[in-house]
Each structure stands twice: as C-alpha cells, then as structure tokens.
Design a binder for this molecule. Sequence first.
Ligand SMILES: Nc1nc2c(c(=O)[nH]1)N[C@H]1C(S)=C(S)[C@@H](COP(=O)(O)OP(=O)(O)OC[C@H]3O[C@@H](n4cnc5c(=O)[nH]c(N)nc54)[C@H](O)[C@@H]3O)O[C@H]1N2
Ligand SMILES: Nc1nc2c(c(=O)[nH]1)N[C@H]1C(S)=C(S)[C@@H](COP(=O)(O)OP(=O)(O)OC[C@H]3O[C@@H](n4cnc5c(=O)[nH]c(N)nc54)[C@H](O)[C@@H]3O)O[C@H]1N2
Ligand code: SF4
Ligand SMILES: [Mo]
Length: 677
Amino acid sequence: MSTPAMTIKDTVRTTCPRDCYDGCGIVVLRRDGRIARVLGDPDHPVSRGGLCGKCAIAYNGAWLDPERRLQRPLRRTGAKGAGAFEPVSWEAALAAIAGRLTAIADGPGAETVVHAHYTGTCSVVATNFPNRFFHRLGATEVEPDTVCNNAGYVALEYVYGTAVKGFDPRTAKDARAILVWGCNPSASAPHAHRYWLPEAPGKKIVVDPVRHDTARAADLHLQPFPGSDAALAFAMMHVLRREGLVDAVYLDRHAQGWDELAPVLDPCTPEWGEAQTGVPAADIVEAARIYGAGPSLLWIGQGLQRQPQGGNIVRAVSLLPAVTGNIGRPGAGVYYLNGKGATRGMELGRLSAAHLRRGPARSIGHMGLAQHLADPARAQAFFCWNMNVAASAPNQAALLRALAREDLFTVVVDPFLTDTARYADYVLPAATFLEFDDLAGSYFHISLGAQAKAAEPMGESLPNAEIFRRLARAMGYEEPELQESDRSMIDQQLALALPGTSFEALAAAGTLPVGAEPAIYFADGQFPTPSGRIEIASAAAEAAGHGRLPSPAADPRPAAGRLRLLTPASRWLMNSSYGNDAGIAGKLGAARVILHPDDAAARGLAAGDRVVVHNPTGRLALELGVADIVPRGVALSDKSRWLDGGANVNILNPGLESDMGRSTALHGVEVEVAKAA
Ligand SMILES: Nc1nc2c(c(=O)[nH]1)N[C@H]1C(S)=C(S)[C@@H](COP(=O)(O)OP(=O)(O)OC[C@H]3O[C@@H](n4cnc5c(=O)[nH]c(N)nc54)[C@H](O)[C@@H]3O)O[C@H]1N2
Ligand SMILES: Nc1nc2c(c(=O)[nH]1)N[C@H]1C(S)=C(S)[C@@H](COP(=O)(O)OP(=O)(O)OC[C@H]3O[C@@H](n4cnc5c(=O)[nH]c(N)nc54)[C@H](O)[C@@H]3O)O[C@H]1N2
Ligand code: SF4
Ligand SMILES: [Mo]
C-alpha cells in the first residue's frame, strides 16, 4: 500500500520589475516548488496585498502558461513574419548566431549590428548586463529613452541639471498641494492613484487633456488642448507674479534668469492663457493660487513631453517650483523620475561596463529605426531583447517592411513569440522575473526590492544575463566582465544602496526603504547645472539651438477635419506586455478610439460604429467610443496592443521627433476619422 504524497506548500516574496511607478511586492504561493499563485504582498507599503489588475491576471495567466511561453530556442523555417519555426538546441542557436555576428564584424563591420532593448524587465542586472556584450562587439545601440521620455530628461537637465532626482513621495505628508501634470496614475501608477494621492492631505490638481480617473478624483482638473501646456505654465506664472506668490529671496539665491523671464510673463494673462489652451481663466487663477501657497509637489508625467515641443513644455512647467521656492524643503519638489543611482546610490553604469566598448559609441534614435533597418549599408543584423518594437515603435508599416528584409539577420530574446519575434531568424527564450534573482525598484518610491527566484526557468528558457554570458563564450570573448555572475553584480549594487543588507535579508523583507526619513533633495540650494543654480535662462539650451528661455507658445490646432490623436498607457497592458493573455483580452475588449460627442456628431458617427482612423502614414480600423472625457479636436486610443498579423495605433505614428533629445512626439500625431465602408 502506498502512502499519499505530502504536498509541500511554501511562499516566496519577490518584487514586480515592470516599467512602473509602483514597484509592488509580490508573494508567490508554491506547491512542491511549483508556482501555484502570484499575489500581492500584504506587508508591502505600496501594494498592500493587491497587484494591479493587469499583473494579477497575466502573472497567473500567460506568464505561467507553457502554451504561451517559449520553451526552446527557435530557428525560422518560413517567411519572415509568418511565425514558422523549428526548435533547436541552445548550442546550435548560439553557434549560428555567433558565426553570423563574427562574419558581420569581420566584414561590413560590427556597427551594422543594431540592438534595441527597453522595458521588458527593469530589474537591474537583467536590464543592464547584456549591454556589456554589445559594447564588446561594437554594435550600434538604439537609444532606449528616445521612444519614451528623453525630451523630458534633456529639458530638466537644462533647468535643474538632473532629471532623475525628484521628490520623495513620503514627503507628501508635508504638502498642501500636489500638481499632477500630464500623467495618468489611474492607469500607469495604480497604487499611487488608489492610496498615495487620496491619503495625501494636500489639494490635488491634475492637468491633462483627458478626464481620466485621477483627473476625476482631483480637487481641480485643468483640461488643456494637447501641446499647449507651456502657455498654461506661463499664464500660471503671470498670476503668481501678479498676486505676490513669487519667492524673490529664493530666486535671488538659487536661480538665474528670473529678470529675463519676468517681462515675458506680462502679456501672459489668464485670459490669454484661456485662448491658448482652452482652460478657463478662472481655473488658471485658482490653480496658481493653490500651487503658489505651498508647500507644493509637482509631478511631471512622461506623457506630457511626448509632444512636438515636449522639451520646451517640460522646461516651462518645471519653472513653477523655481519661481515659488517650492523645492528643497519638506512637501516641495518637482518629480519626473527617481533614478536608482541618483536617489539610491546604485552605480548601474558598472553593470553595462562601457569600458569594454570596441570602436566609438554609436547610437540611433527610435524615430529613425525603421529607416535605419531598411538600409543594408547600415544594418546587417538586428538584435531585439527586452523589447517588442513591432508594437511599440513608430512608423510601424515601414518597420515591418524593414524587418521582412531576408538579409537582415534578426535575433529576438523574449519569453513570448511576439510580433517582433515572428520576424526573427532565431528566437531565444527568456526566463521571466519569477525565475531568477535580481534587484527591482520603483522609479517613484525611494526603496529597493529583492526579485527572488520562485521557480526554475520554464522549459529551456534562461535569464537575460545567462543568455549573454553564453553568447559571449560562443563568440570566444575572454573578458572576465562578460562572465560575471548575477550574484556578484547583485551584491555590488546592494552594498551601494543598502550597505550591510544581504540579498537574503532583503528577500526576507521584500522591499526596504532607502533612508529612514523622507529625503529632501536640493535642500542646500545647489544644483548640478553649469552655474550651480536653477537655470531659468540657459546658455546650454541656447547653444543647442533652443531659446535661452522656454517659449510660451502653444502648438497650432489641427486643421479643419483633423484631430489630435493621444495614445497613452492602457490600464490592462504594460506597454505591449500581456497583449497575448486571454484574460487581458477579455478586459481590453475591442480596440477603440474615443471622440468628443460634438466631433462624433459632426462626422455623422455614433458609439459602436466601425470607423477608419487615417493619416498619410497609415490607416487603422477601430470601434468608436463617444465620451466628453476628451476636448473637441482630440481622439483617444490606448497604445500597445499586439498586432496579431494586423496593426496597432503605431501604424498611424510617423515617428516625428520632439524638439529635444531625438525623442518621440507620439501625442502630436494628427488623424482623420471616418465611418468604415
Ligand atoms: N503609440 C504609442 N507608442 C508607444 C507609447 C505610447 O504612449 N504610445 N509608449 C512608448 C513607451 S513610453 C515605451 S517605454 C515603449 C515600450 O515599449 P517596449 O519596451 O517594447 O515594451 P513592451 O512592448 O512591453 O516589450 C517588452 C518585451 O519584453 C518582454 N520581456 C518581459 N520580461 C522579459 C525578460 O525578462 N527578458 C526579456 N528578454 N524580455 C522580457 C515582454 O514579453 C515584451 O515582449 O513603447 C512606446 N510606444
Ligand atoms: N498600465 C500601464 N502602466 C504603465 C505603462 C503601460 O503601458 N500601462 N507604461 C509604463 C511606461 S513605459 C511609462 S513611460 C509610464 C507612462 O505613464 P504616464 O507618465 O502616465 O504617460 P502616458 O500614459 O503616455 O500619458 C499620461 C497622460 O498624459 C496626457 N497627455 C498627453 N499629451 C498631453 C499634453 O499635451 N498635455 C498634458 N497636460 N497631458 C498630456 C495623456 O492624456 C495621458 O493621460 O507608464 C508606465 N506604466
Ligand atoms: S505593473 Fe506596477 S502596479 Fe502592476 S504589479 Fe507591477 S509594480 Fe504593481
Ligand atoms: Mo515608457
């Protein structure tokens, strides 16, 4: 008689490494060492026991599903894009890839190997270590931030000397106002929306063309036309000056250029602001009064700067704290991102090891990716890891044509057979964050989490770092940096952020704060700009071809019949991740575009109609939604669905660059909308 087998149940604490403000703690329930359920950690200060809706579904769905996950390396057997592959061994795949890369390096040159990477996992080793391999090879990097937030980085560096040291969210307890500008926490920072904002004692003001759930919950919602925010900021500064809310002492001590800016504000009355932005003058006055009373926090969203003049807009908006002295004291500050280096002492550059680089540093921007890959003289191979360019990059039709080039040797590293992977010659199966140790942390909260392995990698999949260690060996590279262990890098970075804390201790805790008290950045009034002051007027900006001062100009409104298309984050997707999950598909429903009722009526359209959204770049069939959550002249459609052989909103995105940092102007796209034939 056999005895019934004992089931061993246990739990593992880990941390969500997605590109997200929240950085939630996770508890993995295991049965006999296998993952049974992925849940929020009840002890985690941000998630408080709940994951966001999308991760709660996908981490228990596609991410654990052997039918969805890639189990083995794949070699292409059919046409590019067709998705026909055969499994091969790691040895065979790596030998073939190494052979081809070596031939390219010896022939046309390693710089014709182009690699794109971004937000698949943001855990520190898996995101950074693979760069060592590409440095050693001498490849061309697609500058990751150009598809997301680079204009804002450049703009804030002009003004404050850094874009990665914002405010510590814990200081909200001291703020009398929180101004959220061009960000949608209800989708992109769900726990900040649910807990942090409502629990903060101050008044909340949201500036966004869309009346999303965070805007709806605010004390005041300003709804400017997209691309008009610089005018709004100037009108608010006009009011601040008129009402004596400017902090002259602070400006005198810590800023330069106020004397140049002040006269420019004279004509920027609230009435002028209303004409430029569509925001009622009385609301501009009220927002300026609430913000100016201080102490006030300013949260600049990444959506704000995805505009043709996005850099100028961020420069203009970021002056509000300077002119009111809302920086360097409790409850004050301006946040865009809190870097793990700038706010937690980590040295992520060491993980990328740029000293390994062969030849000059070469990079291109995402806006030029499709053209670059179409050109055999510049692109012989394409390596896409941690990214799904087919869904996320602009110029989708041109990009897919380039990816279909028979002679573009393409390798994709991903846990799933994405739209990009369908064009690969070799697909390498990546393990997910549940399957290896790393460090993870939010870009909002000043803390650090352990990403602790909860299961063996599925099938033959491997963590990013291990894949690139093996590929380096297959290439015959002998630099020891290319074989460094994950544990060595984790220990090195952990010692910088939380000295004296072992990975095991961090894993037991889940997430630990960095610093016991809320950090107050720039309390000494010193800024890492050329002058050491806040540069309202910037010689560096001028030398780069921008104005010495930001300009109050708003974008021209779309010509008659055209609409400005906003394509922000969906609450049910993380960029394109989870687009292949059946549960998520149910939540997403049909792909839609939302118009203001007047714009729908003017086109003879009703909710539920099939419409064609089009412009000279492309066409996309969508279902119509009608709601007054957007202003007249604006169309709204979420980003990042999987193409599944078709297209998503990036078929309409021509890849216009913003004014700074070669960065995306994707919220500046214009379209027409008509009933489908
Ligand atoms: N129209 C429009 N387009 C946009 C945007 C927009 O607002 N509108 N937003 C832009 C922005 S802000 C960004 S940041 C980009 C994001 O674009 P991407 O960085 O391309 O983000 P994802 O589409 O999620 O692709 C990440 C891929 O990494 C995979 N992955 C997950 N974990 C791992 C891992 O551990 N290892 C490896 N190798 N892969 C992993 C996922 O399965 C997924 O396929 O999109 C941009 N595109
Ligand atoms: N659920 C979910 N969360 C995510 C992501 C996701 O795809 N899904 N992506 C992650 C990534 S990569 C990033 S970069 C962040 C981005 O998160 P956010 O910083 O929130 O950026 P977006 O979602 O692009 O846009 C935010 C808001 O900017 C507004 N906006 C657009 N143009 C203008 C303008 O001209 N003026 C003003 N005032 N507002 C404007 C849009 O209407 C939108 O509501 O979210 C991260 N979190
Ligand atoms: S994506 Fe963001 S909100 Fe969702 S579980 Fe991860 S950290 Fe939390
Ligand atoms: Mo992003």
